[in-house]
Ligand binder design. Structure first.
Ligand code: NFE
Length: 479
């Protein structure tokens, strides 16, 4: 018998995501047979930027999210640098990278320990942990205790990663230091030393705990290397410029279609956004983000629409963004595309970035220049492409009469959690959920494991719950 269930809101993510699924038994196996992923909040940041001074963009777009603000600051200043042909001093490039690296490390540690592990193991029988679904627990008590000790340590480590980034960023989240033409902080020697001490401690944690803990979890759940593949199309815009022009990056951009084994160059002209199943006006369907529009509709007014997310597509195909995509594109991780591959590649990426940050710190010229004032043009069109911890991030900007006339943002979660598109193709997370076997439809933890492997972020805003007639309400911890 087909059973429908609603995960609304999905917990242990950022922002408000609703996943509707149907389970049925096919060939003797109970599994997910239908899925709709709905972004349940409308932000409209693009619209509130219109008419403002272009230099407001980096401050305002960082407020899109407290988890990945640095990436938005980076994308915004890259768009402004490009618009004004800014010459960014080498020190500023490195400082931007270091604060961005701090945010990546913080985000990846947070994701594995605090957002992912509870899908696989029980917390202690004490507040704030709730009695949880208890299906498919495979870890022995000694392993659970060891991972719980590192869960607690991870809270301290992510605080330290924030403190590290704030040394140069001014604060975290939402560091004000990113400005077109450079950076506001000077790399004073005592700050460089302090950053280095934090970095050593974080690197130790990644090497001694994060990397082995992910391997340990994978050894208990090897079947998750075969689950949650989705389309297998991977895309990265690239991040961490290693030269002024950004021609060389620590993690280069590119894409890997499912049938390819190596990365192909990226043509950002081939990005479009579709709204057939989104609560936006149909006339904005299929536009490149440089021309994209944010024209929301009353959610009740459009048949077949079920999300506030648009559906970005690359060469008209759904693509997955994130650490796995970046590591595949760069040949650093090519083991597979699955739930467990997402966790392993994320940990290895944190390690790669922390090691690189050690080198970057040594390249800073203490008290060297960090800013060269750019001339912001009165008319310009540009783009700022980077990577956020969760994947490819793009800002597209038009300046007219010295003011922002048009702004569009595509975030990683828009790639990953998009709804169906104009062809009816499911979004990457939706596709990854199809066919997932479920032991107990009242405790479908397998669905949560697939969702969390993408580390979705729907951002913080008003959230709407529409209980569906006949739907199943799943409760955790008796709440
Ligand atoms: Ni709100 Fe983000 C990252 C961005 S996800 S966390 O990483 O942009 O869409």
């Amino acid at each position: 018998m087909k059973v429908t269930a609603s995960f609304d809101p999905v917990s242990r993510i950022e922002g408000h995501l609703s996943i509707d699924v149907a389970f049925d038994t096919i060939n003797g196996m109970q599994q997910v047979v239908e899925v709709h992923a709905s972004g349940m909040l409308f932000r409209g940041f693009e619209n509130l930027l219109i008419g403002r001074d272009p230099r407001d963009a980096q401050h305002i777009t960082q407020r899109i999210c407290g988890i990945c603000p640095v990436a938005h600051g980076m994308a915004a200043v890259k768009a402004l640098d490009a618009a004004s042909d800014a010459a960014v001093p080498n020190n500023a490039r490195i400082l931007r990278n270091l604060v961005h690296a701090a945010n990546f490390i913080e985000s990846h540690i947070l994701h594995f320990y605090l957002l992912t592990l509870p899908d696989f193991m029980a917390g202690p029988a004490m507040p704030p942990w709730q009695v949880d679904w208890s299906v498919d627990r495979r870890l022995d008590q000694a392993t659970t205790d060891a991972l719980m000790a590192n869960y607690l340590k991870a809270i301290e480590m992510r605080r330290k990663a924030h403190e590290m980034g704030a040394l140069f960023g001014g604060r975290l989240p939402h560091p004000p230091a990113y400005i077109p033409g450079g950076f506001t902080a000077n790399p004073r020697p005592e700050r460089v030393d302090s950053f280095g001490a934090y970095l050593d401690e974080l690197l130790d944690f990644i090497q001694a705990h994060y990397l082995p803990d992910v391997d340990l979890l994978a050894s208990f759940y090897e079947d998750y290397f075969a689950l949650g593949r989705g389309y297998g199309n991977l895309l990265s815009f690239g991040v961490f410029d290693l030269d002024a022009a950004g021609d060389h990056k620590l993690l280069a951009g590119g894409h890997v279609p499912a049938d390819a084994t190596t990365a192909l160059p990226l043509d950002t002209g081939a990005v479009t956004e579709h709204v057939t199943h989104s609560w936006f006006q149909n006339k904005t369907d299929g536009l490149h983000p440089a021309k994209g529009q944010t024209q929301p509709l009353d959610p009740g007014s459009k048949d077949y629409a079920y999300s506030w997310l648009k559906a970005p597509r690359y060469t008209e195909a759904p693509y997955e963004a994130g650490p796995l995509a970046r590591m595949w594109v760069n040949g650093d991780y090519t083991q597979g595309v699955s739930v467990m591959d997402r966790h392993l590649s994320r940990a290895r990426e944190a390690h790669k970035i922390a090691l690189a940050a050690v080198d970057w710190l040594g390249e800073l010229i203490p008290d060297g220049p960090v800013y060269e004032a750019p001339t912001i043009p009165t008319e310009a069109s540009s783009q700022g492409l980077t990577e956020a911890p969760r994947g490819a991030l793009g800002h597209w900007l038009d300046i007219v009469d010295g003011k922002i006339a048009h702004y569009q943002v595509i975030t990683p979660t828009t790639w990953n959690v998009s709804p169906r598109d104009h062809k009816g193709l499911l979004g990457p997370l939706e596709e990854a959920l199809l066919g997932i076997p479920v032991m107990d439809v009242d405790q479908p933890v397998e669905v949560m494991r697939v969702i969390h492997s993408f580390d979705p972020c729907l951002d913080c805003a008003a959230h709407v719950i529409n209980p569906k007639e006949g739907g199943r309400i799943l409760r955790v911890g008796g709440r």
